[in-house]
Design a protein around this ligand. Structure first.
Ligand code: C5P
Length: 238
């Protein structure tokens, strides 16, 4: 089975435009990410429709709650049949263990990954909430905690991928947003990397939103990125 590296962020306000784009894409060329905006607007029904089209889904709801509540939410996500789900590593060891245990006891466990630090948090934002540690050190510490609690990987910036790959081993899953093809607009991302550079730095999967979803020709944008990273699938249905 193919293992597409690109996860397209379907950051839409309603199901219709998300489904309209998905219907033109080939599940062999990409996976899809449904986050808080689309899920809050359209609910599990949109996940079912996307999965019926053959896509594997990363449900990006970043659960962060007491251990029991987080575990039950992860279990519910697994029962929806998603491929990947995530939690905040800042929920701590007990929460991470509870989430991993809940996922392991489901019929078809999704990959469970943790958000370490939101990439929007700079050093001064950490100081505001009483944390003096440097962001990179904190990311490594939280990613190590996630691995030790049995999680499959983390979401991180591609700029942290090398550090985490070097410290956490070859099989730990690194999911990196903030990806911009060389000529693309940065939008509101600041620390970006090209698709190929991110994979070379150790990324396992690339989360890409607007460079594909807002492109004049989204299929061509996906095809160009897949060509750049050497994916033989071309990104379009015949
Ligand atoms: O459009 P763009 O490629 O910037 O979209 C990136 C996606 O990755 C968005 O869905 C955004 O919420 C998500 N993301 C991010 N940075 C993080 C975690 C998630 O950009 N640290």
């Amino acid at each position: 089975m193919s293992d597409p590296k690109i996860i397209i962020a379907l950051d839409f306000a309603a199901a219709a435009p998300a489904l309209a784009l998905a219907e033109r894409l080939d599940p062999a060329a990409c996976r899809l990410k449904v986050g808080k905006e689309l899920f809050t607007a359209a609910g599990p029904a949109v996940l079912e429709k996307l999965m019926r089209l053959g896509f594997e889904i990363f449900l990006d709801l970043k659960f962060h709650d007491i251990p029991n509540t987080t575990a039950q939410a992860c279990k519910a996500a697994a029962e929806l049949g998603v491929w990947m789900v995530n939690v905040h590593a800042l929920g701590g060891r007990k929460m991470l263990h509870a989430a991993a245990d809940a996922i392991a006891n489901t019929g078809k466990p999704p990959k469970l990954i943790a958000v370490t630090l939101l990439t929007s948090m700079a050093r001064e934002d950490l100081a505001d909430i009483g944390i003096q540690e440097k962001p990179a050190q904190m990311v490594l510490r939280l990613a190590t905690l996630a691995r030790d609690c049995g999680l499959d990987g983390v979401v991180c910036s591609a700029q942290e991928a090398g550090l985490l790959r070097g410290n956490l081993g070859k099989t730990f899953c690194l999911v990196t947003p903030g990806i911009r093809p060389a000529q693309a607009s940065l939008d509101d991302q600041s620390r970006v990397m090209t698709p190929q550079a991110a994979l070379l730095a150790g990324s396992s999967y690339l989360v890409i939103g607007r460079p594909i979803t807002q492109a004049v020709d989204p299929l061509q944008a996906l095809r160009a990125i897949n060509l750049e990273i050497g994916n033989t699938e071309m990104g379009v249905k015949a």
